[in-house]
Design a protein around this ligand. Sequence first.
Ligand code: PBG
Length: 321
Amino acid sequence: MRRLRQADWSRRLVRETAVGVDDLIWPIFVRDGDGEPESVPSMPGVFRLSVEGCVDAARRARDLGIPVLALFPYTDASKRDEGGSEALNPANLVCTASRAIKAAVPDVGILCDVALDPYTSHGHDGLLVGDRILNDETVDMLCRQAVVQAEAGCDIIGPSDMMDGRVACIRAALDAAGHRDTLIMSYAAKYASAFYGPFRDAVGSGSMLKGDKRTYQMDYGNRDEAIREAAQDIAEGADMIMVKPGMPYLDVVARLAGELGVPTFAYQTSGEYAMIMAAAQNGWLDGDRAMMESLGAFKRAGAAGVLSYFSPKAAEALRRR
Ligand code: PBG
């Protein structure tokens, strides 16, 4: 076995899978105002950007060859309410940033989350009554949110809310509004996870969250259920599916990608990013190598691509090769 491992050229020649810049989706955070980028303490190297900063990020993505940006808003507490009404404001941060990016850098794809958590005062993805998240009433809101985002130029709608039946309703709503070409990447297998902590800091919903999301996000012990979730989303019209978190769930990625045959993505979440960065900053591992190895592992598991906060850094590293 070692003959093929002797030299860089022979290792490269027989390498079975590799991550490339075309596999990367770069999540960024947008905030109000025009000031300097604001650092997110639990995500070293990640910043909340002004709308103009997002346009600069889109130019950087285009120059590096990164195909898609995912936009997430940091919504001020004053704009949040019980019903998440800011989600439907065509001038909200995500829509404003989408329009600005599409005007300046039209050839970079834009993915927008569909869920209410950046906009609710309780931090949940859906409408909360007592201690229950309402399913169908939330789905109605999500359909309207998806149309508002498509109207602002969003190319890919990413339902991340985990309500039942939302993909079919969103597809119908987009079609009825004339957005037949807007894609859907459903967060099909999204687990109730501790690995989203830093993200909730970044969007400002961490301290607001009442309770947890276990009545709608999946239980981490389950694998067959991921197949049922994903199969439903595909039947309802999802063009692509996603597994989230990523690294601790590569078995799920491999199974969905292998069995269902639709483009399957993995989300290397904020907590996964924070773990690697924290260890690297302490000198406990080589951060650049851990970054490339972890991204490569998604491809080995069969993922079509990865949402990762490392995207710009990884794209630069790939260019130097
Ligand atoms: C919102 C959403 C979350 C993430 C993406 N969309 C958080 C959550 O469900 O609480 C997490 C992303 C990350 O941790 O990087 N529904």
